[in-house]
Write a protein of this length. Sequence first.
Length: 395
Amino acid sequence: MIKRDLNLQGIGAKKTPALGIGMIGLGCIGEAHLDGILRMPYIFSNPPAKPVLVTACDLRKEKTVEVSERFGFKNCTSDWKDLLKNESIQVVYNTAPNNMHLEPCIAAAEAGKHIVCEKPLGRDSKESKAIFKAAREAKIKHICNFIFRMTPALAFAKKMLDEKKLGKIISFSATRLIDHLLDPDSPFTWRLDKKISGSGVVGDLMSHIIDLARWLCGEPVSVQAVNKVFIKKRPRVEDKTLKSTVLVEDDALAILDFKNGATGYLAASGMRAGRKAVAEIEINGELGTIYWNFEEINKLQVYFNNKDMPQLCGFNNIDISGNVFPYIDKWYYPLARLGFLDLFMHTAYNIAGAVVNDTDPATSSATFEDGYKASVICDAILKSSETGKKESISY
């Protein structure tokens, strides 16, 4: 072995600051966030911070211990109030079920903690408004994790739309389709319990594309919707011989009118056979069209009218890789292929940058204001389906 004595004093970049993390809720989405949090300072060339996992919290004690040990938290608890007392925690991730968003998020804001909360922000717009108000008054950094904003392809699409590359927008259409509820024997989980979730696929799936509609196309002013409950009773998790009544929708359709004159079509469902992870977005403008499909996350299809040479009109299938696209331009290896879990890493990068650099996370992520406005639209969709009438949208 050749030994080299190197004097490294004064050489290299400045020390990356630590960022204390606490997490409430340790289900699969919580673990996806943990994966992203831990990888962020190694994938990004110049990370704003190096996260430190301080406290894990979940009501399920065995799960709390297991996840805490596996991911390397310093300690764990089953009481979120204990987590908030820890002064070494700067950012709280709330990935718990929807009924556990309101009180912990407000308390975290009042304790001066910055927050990343999973969508939907609250079970309805009233809860979401209260969470947003608390965060705004506390002047903390806050992200409502609408994860599709973290895709380089859609961040690039947003840039093109902001630059008016499509001209006047004519229509926006989006679907979020899965078949996880198609089996009548699939259990009555918390997402199907209205007291816990607040709604079904509208809050769980459609909220994603509602956020994209606002982000990419602008504010909607009215909506008309049709929601269905196809399977009205499902077996209980604890005893499959007993069944619970399903009061939340498993299929939803909505038509939007936008302030800019565009129309919108949204579909979300857990009942579409063969669909495992569909999220499709299409934006049509007077000068062209943008199309993206989550199942081909590294592709973006773009069409521009070519009046001078109509023979060349057609969709360009853009490969989203390299140092010319958002997020991956900051990776140490921009030619690497992006996967779904990488999006959570982008969220970790955004909240760390906002906290360390005292910047507004709204420039890159959905905030609690966006979470509140999405909840208002979700409420209007649910009400329209009940009344059979078009409902206005106002914040």
